[in-house]
Design a protein around this ligand. Structure first.
Ligand code: ATP
Length: 376
């Protein structure tokens, strides 16, 4: 049973409250990301689940079993860290076999232990029990490192070392896999391919996985659901699309994807649309609000740029005036920085070779659909 439930978890380190009253319900088989800026409490949450830290108050359940008083090695959690934490003097096979060997040592009689003792002393003397060898090789095949089983881990690339760490965690068949920033030490290209590797292995095995990251793109591309954390609290839990289309706060809008965030006053309602006014703009939104002052969230890709002289029907869409400050050609898109009142809006437009690029200083109209103007 690999579900994880966290109830009213608070963790204090002396005067520092690292976690305030956290509640999470992670489903069996789910890929769940803890996302937030440095110091928001992601690792502390993970360490409490793993049993490396004790909650100050609150409870953690793995399956239907409460974890209070259960030591880390009896929680059936596999861990993968940013630093890999491999044994550099052991080869790939022994790194992956290590925990299985220890488990067998703890559980078997003297004669069953003998081959493991001798193997741990010297590879040439002993032979790994067949059941362990089969499991290790199966796992190495899984992470595509079968042909590297005799290599020292210090002779592997970062991505290969991370796959050894993954195999070592998975070979124990844990109920829950905990991964703390596992891709941070890899270069950009490798991070992308490791995201796919981890996600496909996780889906294949159906193992409940909790993944800590401060990288929103990583969380959005891998997770079934994400908990966004800020200052020791969980501020929103949702699927990547929930968080992107309906961020609960300006902090989340800013942290998950790129957003334009504008301050505005609510002027009233017209034709079931909320009218808001701010510095340099009047906008109509399909959102309802009880507030008089709001944050207006507009995603860069929801804005279109047209020439200032072009007629646009303002009844169907919002139109605001702006001036291009900068245009950046990014291949398939052009990113504009546009001055609107005192704001500098980011606008992403798809680029096709027939369309020109508005140059710096050009007066433009920005259009954005009423449904795309979020009020928080
Ligand atoms: P990062 O992304 O930088 O790793 P994080 O979100 O994982 O950050 P935590 O490491 O969980 O954050 O830390 C949360 C807060 O608790 C921070 O303010 C941190 O300084 C504090 N903290 C964590 N561990 C300890 C400790 N052992 N003693 C004192 N304070 C701690």
């Amino acid at each position: 049973m690999g579900s994880v439930k966290i109830e009213k978890l608070t963790k204090k380190f002396g005067d520092v409250t690292a976690l305030h009253d956290i509640n999470l319900d992670i489903r069996e088989g789910e890929f769940f990301a803890l996302l937030g800026p440095s110091g928001c409490g992601k690792t502390t949450t993970m360490r409490c689940i793993a049993g490396f830290e004790s909650p100050t108050t609150g409870a953690i359940y793995i399956g239907d079993r409460e974890m209070k008083g259960i030591s880390a090695n009896r929680r059936n959690c596999g861990m993968v860290f940013q630093s890999y934490a491999l044994f550099p003097h052991m080869d790939v096979f022994d790194n992956v076999a290590y925990s299985l060997n220890i488990k067998q040592l703890n559980s078997s009689n003297f004669f069953a232990k003998l081959p493991i003792y001798t193997r741990l002393l010297s590879k040439r003397l002993g032979k790994t029990p067949k059941n362990i060898e089969n499991k290790v090789m199966e796992m190495l095949r899984y992470v595509e490192l079968e042909q590297y089983s005799d290599r020292l881990t210090s002779e592997l690339s970062g991505g290969q070392q991370q796959r050894v760490a993954l195999a070592r965690a998975l070979v124990m068949e844990p109920a829950v896999l905990l991964m703390d920033e596992p891709l941070s030490n890899l270069d950009q290209k490798l991070r992308h391919s490791m995201r796919n590797t981890i996600r496909s292995i996780q889906q294949d095995l159906g193992i409940t996985t909790i993944f800590v990251t401060h990288d929103q793109e990583e969380a959005m591309s891998m997770a079934d659901r994400i908990a966004v954390m800020d200052h020791g609290k969980v501020v929103q839990v949702g699927t990547p699309t929930d968080l992107y289309s309906n961020p609960a706060t300006p902090f989340i809008a800013d942290f998950v994807g790129t957003s334009n965030i504008l301050k505005a006053s609510v002027e009233g309602e017209e034709n079931s649309l909320t009218v808001v006014k701010g510095d340099g703009f009047v906008l109509r939104s399909a959102n309802k609000t009880d507030k008089t002052e709001v944050d207006v969230i507009i995603r860069p890709e929801h804005v279109k740029v047209v020439d200032a002289g072009k007629a646009v029907n303002g009844a169907d869409t919002n139109v605001i005036q702006g001036k291009v400050l900068m245009s950046t050609y990014l291949g398939s898109i052009v990113r504009y920085d546009v001055q609107v009142g005192s704001y500098q809006l980011i606008v992403d437009t798809t680029y096709s070779s027939g369309t020109g690029i508005f140059e710096e200083g050009r007066k433009v109209k920005l259009t954005v659909e009423h449904e795309r103007v979020l009020l928080i």
